[in-house]
Design a protein. Sequence first.
Length: 217
Amino acid sequence: MLKKARAAFILQRLNQLYPETPVPLDHSNTFELLVAVLLSAQCTDERVNKVTPALFTEANNPFDMQHVPVDTLYQIVRPCGLAPQKSKAISALSKILVADYNGEVPEDMAALETLPGVGHKTASVVMSQGFGHPAFPVDTHIHRLAQRWGLTKGKSVVQTERDLKKLFPRQEWNKLHLQIIFYGREFCSARGCDGRVCDICTTCYPNRKSPFKAHKP
């Protein structure tokens, strides 16, 4: 099966399995989404969703968040890991949003990437899930699956993102990146599938004899 055929099959299969793609991080505004995505770095969405209710009760907008002591933020977000960096980033970006953006999360990729604690992947999630702009956030899980499925040979998430954007229609990006995450969790996890178990892996590579080892980003 050629790469384009694999991509077409994968898109069709994921649309069958996941016609709806709810955003996995609980939030009620774009600022909450930004903070939740920042907290999700090296942490599960499930754990973030357990932490954010207390955090957003404390403050759910940059005007209030800028006044919350960093130590208070630290105590709340500790379960998410990397708490010293994340609590400082939340405080600092809140001050910047108030000072430079009238308390609004900027609807601009470059501007988002200048905020403390906000990298390209976080900015891409906010642009796609918060503002509805076409983006293809690639984390280590999507990177792993894209390699297993022969959609990229990229050794970095940057290259994988570039390759996936070339393969799939722009209007599918926002939905597809979530579909891949959902599928990976349910059928093609790092331990649950070695490239020879799940439906997509076995359809794309029916003759694969040995476990597939992805390049780590």
